[in-house]
Design a protein around this ligand. Structure first.
Ligand SMILES: Cc1cc2nc3c(=O)[nH]c(=O)nc-3n(C[C@H](O)[C@H](O)[C@H](O)COP(=O)(O)OP(=O)(O)OC[C@H]3O[C@@H](n4cnc5c(N)ncnc54)[C@H](O)[C@@H]3O)c2cc1C
Length: 405
């Protein structure tokens, strides 16, 4: 069997693999995506019922690749962020207008993100998607890497300069390529649902540290809000299986009445939460991206945004190598990727874990300190702006495409 030739082969065509393929095709690279579960399938794990908070870095990247305007009809802007802790007086309020910007972030349904990416890939001549298919073998040579994509349409041999593992937190490609990884059990599951409050959200996003775990209540279309409530596994199972009115009463007790009365909720879904940290990001013609490289707790809404900055860095490295007639999968290119991504990944991971750990410390004194910190953050301009830049994913070093033009 003769091999089909590409510049980059991507294992996993979820949010990160799909976006990376769009970005690479946008700069003229020939790209193949091997995806186990087709986008239209009800069990597709990336383009599912969740709604994802997109940071300004993601808006900038999607704009650079011509994808943002395709999403316009599906997104809801965040105009205000309110951060509080149950039973504590201090709170933080961030206001887009006061910061001189149109929005602090946006909410996009994962299904709409998937539809946008897959529409683009289907319309792009330089991108081939093999699905349903899995990568079942890989063979590295000095000049290239050859993989087998096995699926419903039989076996295909694909050859490229670079293989990217973007097949999620439990990446098989990463294991086959010999990368080690540290897994972290957060001992929590996230319950997600959409609620209908009696008051319109008017663009307000709430992060509430409840006694049972962090709860994000984020604005979506038609005045509804989407909820991500991280709880112990037992509490999450209870919240997910109880009748709607019991769940709404529990949520109202923990969240309060900022949006008025919570009237209805949609079916709840549960996601066990695990962290992933790969000490080595690339080598020997393979690079890791997205959850395959680093999975984070959703408390700060950073996982996908960080991952898309991996994708943007890869696009820039592959583009500059191809433009210079160089090999995008050779060691200098991979070393550049590892070196350029390290600081952003470490910083975002530390930010996420410190929020999680800081708000988990029990006792009156830690609560009083947190209340003071939330109060101060609102009123101290430099601290507030540094916090916003960190959450926006624009704090250097990040790929050029992630920065505001
Ligand atoms: C409850 C929750 C809420 C979140 N909210 C936010 C948020 O608001 N903002 C944010 O930035 N991030 C958020 N995240 C994180 C975000 O969802 C992840 O960062 C993102 O899904 C990572 O995408 P990925 O493509 O790397 O992995 P995945 O989404 O896991 O996709 C992996 C893809 O690879 C495919 N695959 C798996 N194995 C194989 C194989 N062997 N062969 C071929 N294909 C394979 C899968 O079918 C899938 O399509 C949240 C996460 C959770 C759990």
């Amino acid at each position: 069997m003769s091999a089909r030739e590409y510049d980059v082969i991507i294992a996993g065509g979820g949010l990160v693999g799909g976006a990376l393929a769009c970005g690479l095709a946008h700069v003229g690279a020939r790209v193949a995506v091997i995806e186990a579960i087709p986008p239209s399938h009800a069990e597709q794990p990336s383009f599912d019922e969740r709604t994802t908070a997109l940071a300004p870095s993601t808006r900038n990247i999607f704009t650079a690749w011509g994808l943002w305007s395709d999403l316009a009809g599906a997104i809801t802007p965040i105009r205000h962020i309110h951060c509080s802790e149950q039973g504590v007086l201090g709170c933080t309020h961030l206001d887009a207008e006061a910061e001189g910007t149109d929005a602090l972030g946006w909410l996009a349904p994962n299904r709409a993100l998937g539809a946008t990416l897959n529409r683009r890939l289907a319309a792009t001549a330089g991108a081939d998607v093999y699905t349903p298919a899995e990568l079942t073998s890989l063979e590295r040579r000095a000049q290239n890497i050859t993989v087998t994509a096995s699926g419903a349409q039989g076996e295909h041999l694909l050859r490229g300069s670079l293989l990217v593992a973007a097949d999620g937190a439990r990446s098989r490609t990463r294991d086959m390529a010999g990368f080690s990884v540290a897994m972290q059990d957060y001992r929590q599951s996230a319950v997600i649902t959409n609620v209908t409050p009696s008051r319109h959200h008017d663009g307000w996003a709430y992060e509430r540290f409840t006694r049972s775990g962090p709860m994000a209540v984020l604005p979506i279309s038609e005045g509804h809000s989407t909820v991500v409530w991280s709880l112990s596994h037992t509490a999450a199972a209870e919240r997910a299986s109880e009748p709607d009115e019991v769940f709404l009463a529990q949520m109202q007790k923990a969240f309060g009445y900022r949006l008025g009365r919570l009237k209805e909720c949609t079916q709840r879904h549960v996601y066990p939460l695990h962290g992933v940290h790969a000490p080595r990001l690339a080598g020997e013609r393979v690079a890791l991206a997205g959850n395959a490289a680093h999975a984070l707790h959703p408390v700060a809404g950073q996982g996908l945004n960080l991952s898309l900055r991996d994708a943007a860095e890869l696009v820039e490295i592959v583009h500059s190598a191809l433009s210079a007639g160089e090999d995008p999968g050779a060691e200098p290119a991979l070393a550049r990727y590892s070196q350029r991504r390290r600081a952003d990944i470490e910083r975002t991971r530390a930010f996420t874990n410190s929020l999680l750990r800081g708000f988990a410390i029990p006792g009156r004194f830690p609560r009083a300190v947190r209340g003071g910190a939330l109060f101060t953050l609102s009123r101290c301009g430099p601290a507030r702006r540094a916090f916003i830049r960190l959450a926006a994913g624009e704090m250097a070093p990040v790929p050029k495409a992630a920065c505001q033009k």
